[in-house]
Design a binder for this molecule. Structure first.
Ligand SMILES: *Cc1c(COP(=O)(O)O)cnc(C)c1O
Length: 378
């Protein structure tokens, strides 16, 4: 059997161990220290916006804290893009709140502004104002932020940007993760850069950052003993993990180039095949890091289904994966309200993510290309 080709695997830059050694040399083996501060500064500089970043144990933790800071409590409603990874929606349930799911639009596969407006109007008619809107930059593709922010402003609802997949993506030249009241980043092992596991909350005020640091470090009041007047969490990033992050930040630019190169690689292959669409930017306003290359297949035109291609690749030990299954179709969220039509559902039925790692070799890419061409030439 040929070696496995992964969908997206960690890709070290080389200096990660240097930062970890520094942590060991000074005994900063704790969920705070110079690497945590340094990593936060690196991210602030990279986002190139007046933001304050809090490094955390996971992107999921960042989403949870964002909801808490937006005042989401038991019984509240929170609007969330349906087409996403479950981690976008789970923290709503952690708060005892109710997710209200919204469909995607066909250009970016992200939240449809029209369906968003319909959802908000209907929730208001039901007597409840949604407490927050979670919009996702799926596979690195920026959502239609102008339209989403306009609706959010009209109804005065804070936006939480799930940019877990979108570090390095921009919309109209501005970094994804810096548009909403809060932005969420992830450094899980499969993301564009990794800290083995980790995340960050992007804030716009010192108060918001201070509160996130306070909540993520067990909510200790200012006293010599352990005094608590809030429920706290153990969500801060380890100084060891942050060392990996600092090394990764040195190569983030290269990683974005390489991931974008993978989408170009598939665009070239599928340019010759009618009925396959590669997810690419709808206009110059959008710049995607192309974390994962993703396609939709028109089976009627190609005679090939999403599963045909996935299983054929698997035969040669090449990993690919269907697009995220929409949350409103997940058994765990079956009772949650949903607004829109069947855009997300159709994407799920026809869409596939293809190997997109920044560390794929020319030989591996050749193996992928040959397999894809075999399947469609049949
Ligand atoms: C990875 C991911 C998360 C969760 O991040 P973790 O760091 O794994 O907790 C949230 N949302 C989306 C869209 C993601 O892809």
């Amino acid at each position: 059997m040929s070696d496995k080709i992964w969908l997206s695997s960690p890709h070290m830059g080389g200096n990660e161990l240097k930062y970890i050694h520094e942590a060991f040399d000074h005994n900063w083996v704790a969920p705070l220290g110079p690497n945590v501060n340094g990593f936060e500064e690196d991210l602030e500089k990279f986002l190139n916006s007046d933001v304050q970043v809090v490094a955390l144990s996971a992107g999921t933790a960042a989403l949870h804290l964002a909801l808490i800071e937006c005042g989401v409590n038991y019984g509240d409603e929170v609007i969330c893009q349906s087409m996403t990874f479950s981690a976008s929606a789970n923290p709503i349930a952690y708060q005892g709140a109710i997710p209200v799911f919204v469909d995607s639009e066909a250009d970016t596969w992200n939240m449809c502004p029209t369906a968003l407006k319909e959802a908000i109007r209907d929730r208001f008619a039901n007597g409840k104002k949604p407490k927050a809107i979670i919009v996702v930059h799926l596979y690195g593709m920026p959502a239609k932020m102008d339209e989403i922010l306009a609706v959010a402003k009209e109804f005065d609802i804070p936006v939480i940007e799930d940019a877990a997949e979108g570090l390095g993506s921009t919309y109209k030249g501005k970094a994804c993760g810096t548009f909403g009241r809060f932005g969420v980043l992830s450094f899980n092992g499969n993301k564009i850069i990794t800290t083995s596991g980790g995340g960050a909350l992007v804030c716009h005020t010192k108060e918001d950052k201070d509160k996130a640091v306070f909540l993520s470090t067990q909510a200790r009041d200012n006293a010599p003993h352990y005094q608590h007047s809030h429920i706290g969490y153990n969500y801060r990033m380890s100084n060891i993990c942050a060392g990996i992050g600092r090394g990764q930040m040195e190569v983030l630019g290269d990683r974005i180039e390489a991931r974008r190169g993978m989408t170009k690689f598939y665009s070239d292959i599928f340019a010759r095949i009618d009925g396959v669409r590669v997810l690419t930017e709808p206009s110059e306003d959008f710049y995607s890091n192309h974390w994962l290359a993703a396609i939709t297949i028109d089976e009627a035109l190609t005679g090939v289904s999403r599963e045909d291609l996935r299983l054929a690749l698997l035969e040669d030990n090449i990993e690919s994966r269907p697009l995220w299954k929409p949350m409103h179709l997940q058994p765990v969220f079956e009772n949650s309200p949903y607004y829109g039509s069947n855009v997300a559902e159709k994407l799920f039925d026809t869409g596939l993510c293809l190997p997109s790692g920044s560390n794929l070799t020319e030989a591996e890419k050749e193996r992928i290309r040959i397999k894809i061409e075999q399947v469609f030439d049949k």
